[in-house]
Design a protein around this ligand. Structure first.
Ligand SMILES: CC(C)(COP(=O)(O)OP(=O)(O)OC[C@H]1O[C@@H](n2cnc3c(N)ncnc32)[C@H](O)[C@@H]1OP(=O)(O)O)[C@@H](O)C(=O)NCCC(=O)NCCS
Length: 186
């Protein structure tokens, strides 16, 4: 099964999320800095366990919509990426990612995004994959640009977060625009 395969890029390896990853996930999900622009968090341990449990269970759903992975970098679990199918009929997907602050700025977020796009357009046969982020989240805006995604505009007040209504920048990429790097390097 393709979802069980380990796929190695030069810097980052993704593998399927497992229940006993919850403590590693909590090491960033409990940090204010890591979830500053998110509608969730900082998580309690119970919230992180519930999140991990739901994401792991999704791997066994007959009509699987969520594909959650952890990212290993230099033998440490430093982040997560998730691919969601928004419509099978219209072959639409969405990606999201998070990296522990201790590993920021070393290409991990971009490597996770690349791998998610590769799986979305490859194994899952999607036509369009989108991603959103808070306009203030300049690191994520940069990652989406490095992934070759097109900026489509700003959706207003898409989430009510800790400091008020949040806008969302919308980015997308189409299957014909996706060019996986031949060496797998960033
Ligand atoms: C967004 C996130 C995943 C990026 O992870 P990362 O591993 O640092 O990403 P990369 O190293 O691949 O790339 C980050 C890029 O943003 C740039 N960047 C970082 N902070 C920036 C800022 N304040 N302004 C402009 N660019 C910035 C970096 O310089 C780098 O670009 P470069 O390669 O051209 O130098 C990480 O910051 C994170 O987990 N944030 C919290 C969760 C989150 O926001 N997830 C995205 C949800 S939309």
């Amino acid at each position: 099964m393709w979802q069980d395969r380990l796929v190695t890029r030069s810097l980052v390896t993704l593998r399927q999320l497992a229940l006993n990853d919850w403590q590693a996930v909590h090491s960033w999900a409990g940090l204010e800095r890591a979830c500053r622009y998110q509608p969730w968090g900082p998580n309690t341990e119970e919230e992180t366990r519930a999140f991990v449990q739901a994401a792991v269970e999704a791997w066994s759903h007959a009509d699987q919509q969520r594909f959650a992975y952890v990212a290993l970098f230099e033998n440490e679990l430093v982040g997560m990426g998730e691919l969601r199918i928004r419509s099978r009929r219209h072959r639409q997907g969405e990606i999201a990612y998070i990296v522990h602050p201790r590993a920021w700025g070393r290409g991990v977020g971009t490597a996770i995004g690349r791998e998610l796009l590769s799986r979305g357009f490859g194994e899952l046969g999607l036509h369009r994959i989108c991603a959103t982020c808070d306009p203030r989240n300049l690191a994520s805006v940069r990652v989406l640009g490095k992934l070759g995604m097109t900026y489509e505009g700003r959706h207003q007040h898409t989430a009510l977060i800790r400091d008020g209504w949040r806008d969302s920048e919308m980015f997308s990429i189409l299957e014909g625009e996706w060019r996986p790097s031949p060496s797998g390097r960033l």
